[in-house]
Design a protein around this ligand. Structure first.
Ligand code: ATP
Ligand code: MG
Length: 634
């Protein structure tokens, strides 16, 4: 693999933690759990009845208590520095958040929400979203957050699936300067769903809304409720939330997380990965509608008492410099974003970030997709000015928290652009062959997890059988991640994309990530997506969709150059059969490239085939991307 190594870290050198984890992973996690506040200790650290794990059995804990009550020695400390897309700003202290959450918790209780009830939250990225989440957690209601870009049918699916008693939404949200009418969408979604008893509506944009019998405005809902509500001591395995996955590989799955194990995992990884200090200003760009937003916007920073920036809108609105403007204004020290966003910033050109003072930054991170080495180097040089470690964090909605990542808060290790480095302490991850045997170094295979870990999902909501078949049937005893990877001689992991996105050309298996990274390392290309389509002779041929950088002309010369570049970089075997230049790629709502859709386009399949691949909500978006792409294909 890539032999380039960056020897950069923060000087931390805690070897004891890894040694500890290596000796006994159960005892290790037990020790980590002690950094949280528990109402009652556990009688059993891990009950493992494969494939069902229960952590800290007998223990009692509350997530909201760990996020708020424990920080009230310093109520003036800033929890959230919020910036609306329209430029509005608010600072919310730990004291204020504590007060808001208790009021809202009391209101939820008096509206009849009980422990174990489900509450759907469909809000823009406003501080009230965090208030709603923590209030559910406080009283033991199970929250299920839906990304506020989703359509009525996808809300409906999730509300029905989770059987939610209450839905929390807003009149509208801002997106690229216009108002997205969220309440209207919720009205359409809930039509005829009589089991929903209340819809709570936050006033955000002031657009006109109709209030029906079960609807109540947020301010009226909390009015007259006292700002004191004790956190419920919940069993450790009590479900904290249901979250539906991105749906990149199919219909979203309702992932169910517990409380005690999840918080242990999130608290530990947040500290190890981000080296969080009281002086830090942390900024994660993920929407709370995705797992990154749950673990490393809502819970991680708050249980560690961090100060974070929360931004409501699009990263390139009203101008391409919005992100850097935020980083400069709040003197952000830790920045965590996605490869997709980075590729976009990179496409806009270096002069934009270069005109801002980004000297406060000391640590950079990415998540969500493999990061191409070229993009990694850009992030490192242009944003980090060669001073900051980059943590490439691999994990999934199902894992709850980071599983493979450099951990600068713990140890200084050399970084290799494009590799997520080492598994976190206390987890056992391997690359195995089709038959489940561990592969020697530098061999491509399937990524599996061989032992339970604390952030592990409890099950899929209401569907234990599906949980068993999706994750535990391919390799009995091992959790199957669905990703393709390589472990190199130094034990570093290289994520090569989804196992079902693998290209099989003339008997060779090529990871989509590997090929896409090679293409993006060409100086004229900003994004790329490849897929295989069936071919009589070779089994499969490669089709590549490429987005040129701003200002680059699409010519036959460029096409030839790219082909030459791939032949030289990977080998003739990886030469694309066809190259399409497009202005953008179809992505899921969480910003991941939908390769399955590209495959359908390239194989001339009917759109009907595509809609079954994606959940109802994304279909419209996917459909228009599909049509656009077809129009653009030269
Ligand atoms: P679905 O499971 O419904 O198809 P999804 O897998 O996209 O959706 P998520 O749980 O949000 O839903 O994404 C997890 C996946 O994202 C991982 O399995 C992996 O493919 C990819 N991923 C996340 N982080 C990284 C990373 N640092 N490097 C490479 N891939 C990553
Ligand atoms: Mg997945």
């Amino acid at each position: 693999m890539n032999s380039e190594i960056f020897d950069i870290g923060l000087g931390n050198n805690d070897t004891a933690t890894r040694e500890d984890a290596g000796r006994d992973y159960v005892a290790f996690w037990e020790k980590q759990a002690r950094s949280l506040a528990w109402f009652e200790g556990w009688s059993e650290v891990l009950s493992w009845k494969p494939p069902f794990a229960r952590w800290f059995v007998g223990g009692r804990i509350n997530a909201s208590y760990n996020a708020l009550d424990v920080h009230q020695k310093d109520p003036e400390r800033a929890a959230i520095l919020w910036e609306g897309e329209n430029g509005q700003r608010r600072k919310i202290t730990y004291g204020q958040l504590f007060c808001d959450v208790q009021k809202f918790s009391n209101a939820l209780k008096s509206s009849g929400v009980k422990k174990g009830d489900r509450v759907t939250i469909y809000l823009p990225m406003v501080p009230e979203l965090i208030v709603a989440i923590l209030s559910c957690a406080r009283i033991g209601a199970i929250h299920t957050v839906i990304f506020s870009g989703f359509s009525a049918s996808s809300i409906r699916d999730r509300v029905v699936d989770s059987n939610s008693k209450v839905v929390i939404t807003a009149d509208g949200g801002y997106r690229r300067g216009s108002i997205v009418k969220l309440k209207e969408t919720v009205d359409a979604a809930l039509e005829g769903l009589d089991f929903v008893q209340n819809v709570i509506v936050l006033r955000r944009t002031g657009n006109e809304i109709t209030l029906g019998k079960r609807d109540v405005l947020w301010d009226d809902f909390v009015k007259n409720h006292p700002a004191s509500c004790d956190a419920e001591p919940l069993p450790s395995e009590h479900p904290l939330y249901i979250l539906y996955t991105s749906g990149t590989t199919g219909k979203p799955k309702g992932v169910l997380h517990d409380t005690g194990g999840y918080l242990t995992h999130i608290g530990s990884t947040f500290r190890w990965a981000f080296d969080i200090k009281d002086s830090d200003v942390y900024f994660c760009t993920a929407d709370i509608g995705w797992v990154t937003g749950h673990s490393y916007v809502a819970y991680g920073p708050l249980i560690c008492g961090a100060t974070m920036v929360l931004y409501e809108g699009a990263p390139d609105y009203p101008s391409q410099s919005r992100m850097w403007d935020i980083l400069q204004r709040y003197k952000v020290t830790i920045f965590y974003t996605t490869p997709t966003a980075l590729r976009m910033f990179m496409k806009f050109g270096d002069s934009i970030p270069n005109s801002f003072d980004l000297s406060s930054i000391r640590l950079l991170g990415t998540v969500g997709e493999p990061i191409n080495p070229e993009v990694w180097r850009w992030y490192y040089t242009v944003i980090g000015k060669g001073r900051c470690p980059i943590i490439d964090t691999w994990w999934q909605t199902e894992t709850g928290g980071m599983m493979i990542s450099p951990l600068p808060g713990l140890e200084t290790i050399p970084l290799k652009p494009g590799s997520a480095a080492l598994p976190i302490p206390g987890v056992d991850i391997a690359v195995v062959s089709e038959d489940g045997t561990e592969l020697p170094p530098d061999t491509k295979g399937y990524l599996v997890i061989r032992k339970p870990w604390p952030g592990m999902l409890l099950t899929l909501w209401g569907d234990d059988e599906k949980y068993k078949s999706v994750y535990w049937s391919k390799y009995p005893g091992y959790y199957y991640t669905g990703d393709y990877a390589i472990k190199d001689k130094d034990g570093y992991f290289w994520l090569l994309g989804r196992a079902d996105d693998i290209l099989k050309v003339a008997g060779h298996r090529i990871g989509t990530a590997e090929l896409e990274s090679s293409i993006v390392s060409h100086h004229s290309i900003s994004e790329s997506a490849v897929c295989g389509v069936p071919d009589d002779v070779k089994g499969e041929v490669i089709i590549a969709f490429l987005v040129p950088k701003d200002g680059v002309a699409v010519t036959d010369g460029l096409r030839k150059e790219v082909i030459e570049h791939i032949r030289h970089d990977i080998g003739p075997i990886a030469t694309p059969h066809q190259i399409y230049f497009v202005s953008k790629l179809p992505k899921t709502r969480s910003g991941k490239i939908m390769r399955r859709l590209l495959k359908a386009i390239a194989s001339n399949e009917k759109i009907g085939d595509v809609s079954t691949l994606e959940d109802g909500a994304a279909v419209n978006e996917v459909q228009s991307a599909f049509d656009e792409l077809k129009k653009q294909i030269k």
